[in-house]
Design a protein around this ligand. Structure first.
Ligand SMILES: [Zn+2]
Ligand SMILES: [Zn+2]
Length: 269
C-alpha cells in the first residue's frame, strides 16, 4: 500500500561505518588499526533500509560487494546517492548481480551535480553506447521528495525525502524515510533541513573523530546536533582510526551510540 512510511516499522542495516580510507588504514599500526575488536574494522559508509517489501540502498562505496555478500542482500529496489565522492559511488558496477534474476531496471536517485558526475564517470553505464554487460540502471536527478516502487512485482512503494546538507562547501544529500534519517558527510545542516528532521525515531549522523575537521562533524559537534534534532536514538558513522569503538561509545550520552559495520537497527513507525 502506498504510504510515506510513517507508522511503518523499518529495519536499517549499516553496511559500512568508516571514513574514506576505511579502518584499518593501509600501513598504519596504531592501536585502533591493530585492534582485535571487530567493531574497530570499518568499511566505507553505506546503508540498507528494509521497509514494507522494499530494499533501499544508500550509496555504493568501494566495499559494496563485500558488504552485500556479508549481509546476504537479495534485493534492491532503488539506490539513493548522497554525493559523488569515491567512497560513496565506486561500487556502482557491483550492482550487476542484482540483475541476474530480475531484469527490471534499477532506479538511482541523486542531486543534479552528483548525477552529472555519475553520467560522466560511468558513460559505459549511463551513456548512449551502453556496454552490454553494464548494470541496467536509470538515473534520476531529484530535488524534491520522490517515491520508490517495487522492482519485484509487489504493490509496495515508499516516499523518500532528500535533505540538503553541506559537506564543507559541497551541497550533499541526506535522506529521510518515515521516521528514519541518514546524514553522512556533513559539517552544516541548514535551518530548512532541521525543520524536516522532526519526530525521528532513529538518526544516523556523521561523526568523524574527536578533533574538528572542515567537512565533517567532530564528535562534540555531532553530539550537539543529535541533541538538537532529538531522535529517540542516534548512531554515529564515518569514523576514522582515531576512534576506538569501546572507549568512544562509552563516552557518549545514553541515547547516542557509535555504529559499527553490520549493525541492524529497528525503526518504530
Ligand atoms: Zn564519505
Ligand atoms: Zn591507524
Amino acid at each position: 500500500m502506498p504510504n510515506d512510511a510513517s507508522g511503518t516499522p523499518m529495519t536499517v542495516t549499516l553496511l559500512g561505518t568508516g571514513t574514506s580510507t576505511g579502518v584499518p588504514v593501509i600501513g598504519c599500526d596504531c592501536v585502533v588499526c591493530r585492534s582485535d575488536d571487530p567493531r574497530d574494522t570499518r568499511t566505507r559508509c553505506s546503508c540498507y533500509i528494509e521497509v514494507e517489501d522494499l530494499g533501499l540502498l544508500i550509496d555504493t562505496g568501494p566495499d559494496f560487494r563485500e558488504q552485500a555478500l556479508r549481509e546476504g542482500l537479495e534485493r534492491i529496489d532503488a539506490v539513493c546517492y548522497t554525493h559523488h565522492h569515491f567512497d560513496h559511488i565506486v561500487g556502482l558496477d557491483d550492482l550487476r548481480p542484482f540483475f541476474f534474476r530480475n531484469r527490471a531496471p534499477l532506479p538511482c536517485y541523486a542531486d543534479p551535480k552528483t548525477a552529472s558526475v555519475l553520467r560522466r564517470n560511468y558513460d559505459y553505464i549511463f551513456g548512449e553506447d551502453r556496454y552490454p554487460g553494464a548494470p541496467r540502471v536509470t538515473l534520476h536527478d531529484v530535488d524534491a521528495p520522490f517515491r520508490i516502487h517495487s522492482r519485484y512485482g509487489e504493490a509496495a512503494s515508499v516516499r523518500v525525502i532528500p535533505l540538503e546538507l553541506y559537506h564543507g562547501d559541497l551541497m550533499v544529500y541526506g535522506y529521510r524515510v518515515g521516521r528514519f534519517a541518514y546524514l553522512t558527510d556533513v559539517s552544516h545542516i541548514p535551518e530548512a533541513t532541521f525543520e524536516q528532521l522532526d519526530d525521528l525515531d532513529v538518526l544516523v549522523l556523521d561523526a568523524l573523530r574527536p578533533e574538528s575537521h572542515p567537512t565533517h562533524f567532530s564528535f562534540d559537534e555531532a553530539v550537539a546536533m543529535a541533541q538538537q534534532i532529538g531522535a529517540r536514538q542516534t548512531y554515529f558513522i564515518h569514523m576514522t582510526h582515531n576512534v576506538r569503538h569501546a572507549d568512544a561509545d562509552a563516552s557518549l550520552p545514553a541515547d547516542i551510540h557509535l555504529a559499527h559495520d553490520g549493525l541492524t537497527v529497528c525503526v518504530d513507525g
